[in-house]
Design a protein around this ligand. Structure first.
Ligand SMILES: Cc1ncc(COP(=O)(O)O)c(C=O)c1O
Length: 389
């Protein structure tokens, strides 16, 4: 029998971590990860397959990646003086920016609850992470943010616009105040617009209109929610000086030839994906209204392709024999609803334990009309099979 290997050389903090868990979604209606639910039409699949068949996979990525950069710059209408950098998903870009800014004692700051990778990446790369709680209505707590920024002088502030998992857009004047404060000591603010295809606003308009005020802003986007989560393509738009510096930490071939060709193909058919985003936005409104009726659910306003839902303990506690007065009833009802939906074949995300402000909350992705109907029907059957006392 071979000896048990020693992991002695691996950092203690990494040994103590849990790896990022991806739920097994096989056989479920998959509403857990904010993916675009629409697959490509058969003729588009055939056209994509023909394109991919031409790709020279024996060669390192080359000019097609430059073509993709140009196509994305035109797709995003990047203003003059700004440049674009590609990442293997936004996740990689977060890591590269953190790496580039990891001077001794450097701090990353973000509002919470927020996207988990901001904290995870900072910790992995040796930066100190500071989370600042949102207000109970999920708006930014501007005085708390300003105080924390003054105390910690973070190198990087991440603002997801809209935010995950709360799905809301924050007040532009609050964001402007944060950008002004962080710019005053030459820190950087990342406007993470992963959910831009479903949002009514983009910070890029302000970067275009007021480039000087936004010189310390990096705009981050991804093609994941657009419809290419599997192809792993994120991009950063910023003043050319920022991109020039960050290019130094980018692995030379971080975007594969297959991903690049797939993204180029998708951008050539951007009207198809735009149509899908419009359908998702329409479905978001319909799902919000159906889930808000008689199911003991508060559904928060959303500017993304997800809905954050809070379970009313008065309706849900009796369904799982919990007491609505129990301080942990939120976690009990969320765990119950998550499990009951799973039994009905619908996979969502239980975010109740992610942050105290999310107690009793679930996050669902907006799917196709059929998937959304199945989610509503599953909620109805859970509530109806246990009549309220
Ligand atoms: C706010 C936010 N930023 C970035 C990402 C990561 O996107 P990507 O798939 O490009 O790595 C996500 C993914 O869910 C997200 O919610």
């Amino acid at each position: 029998m071979s000896a048990t290997p020693s992991l002695h050389v691996i950092r203690d903090d990494i040994q103590a971590l849990n790896a990022y868990a991806v739920q097994d979604a096989q056989g479920f209606i998959k509403l857990d990860a904010m993916e675009n639910p629409y697959t490509l039409a058969p003729e588009m699949r055939a056209a994509l397959a023909a394109r991919l068949a031409q790709v020279e996979v024996n060669r390192y990525p080359g000019p097609r990646v430059q073509d993709l950069k140009r196509a994305l710059m035109s797709h995003a209408q990047v203003p003059a003086g700004f440049e674009l950098m590609l990442g293997n998903g936004s996740d990689e870009l977060i890591g590269l920016l953190d790496l580039a800014c990891a001077k001794p004692g450097a701090v990353v700051l973000a509002p919470e609850p927020g996207f988990v990778m901001y904290a995870m990446s900072a910790k992995l790369l040796g930066l100190t992470y500071v989370g600042v709680p949102l207000q109970a209505d999920f708006e930014l707590d501007l005085p708390a943010m300003q105080a924390a920024i003054q105390t910690h002088r973070p190198a990087i502030v991440y603002l997801a616009y809209p935010n995950n998992p709360t799905a809301n857009l924050w007040q532009p004047q609050d964001i402007e105040a944060i950008i002004a404060q962080v710019s005053s000591y030459h820190g950087v603010v990342v406007m993470d617009e992963a959910y831009q295809p479903f949002s009514s606003d983009t910070w890029l308009e302000r970067m275009r209109a007021e480039p000087d005020k936004n010189a310390q802003v990096l705009l981050m986007r991804t093609l994941s929610k657009f419809g290419l989560a599997g192809a792993r393509l994120g991009y950063l738009v910023a003043h050319a000086a920022w991109i020039g510096a960050l290019e130094k930490v980018r692995p030379p071939y971080n975007v594969s030839v297959l991903n690049a060709e797939c993204a180029l193909f998708a951008l050539e058919h951007e009207e198809v994906f735009k149509g899908q985003a419009e359908q998702i936005v329409a479905e978001r409104a319909r799902l919000q209204s159906t889930l808000s009726r008689g199911l003991g659910l508060t559904v928060f306003e959303s500017s993304a392709n997800m809905l954050l839902i809070r379970l009313d303990p008065h309706v849900w506690a009796p369904l799982c024999s919990a007491k609505s007065s129990d301080p942990d009833v939120g976690h009990a009802v969320a765990a119950h609803a998550f499990k009951a939906l799973k039994i009905q074949g619908v996979l969502i995300k239980n975010v109740s334990t992610m942050h105290p402000l999310l107690k009793g909350c679930l996050r669902v992705t907006v799917g196709t009309p059929e998937e959304n109907n199945a989610l509503t029907a599953a909620f109805e059957s859970i509530v109806q099979t246990h009549p309220q006392p």
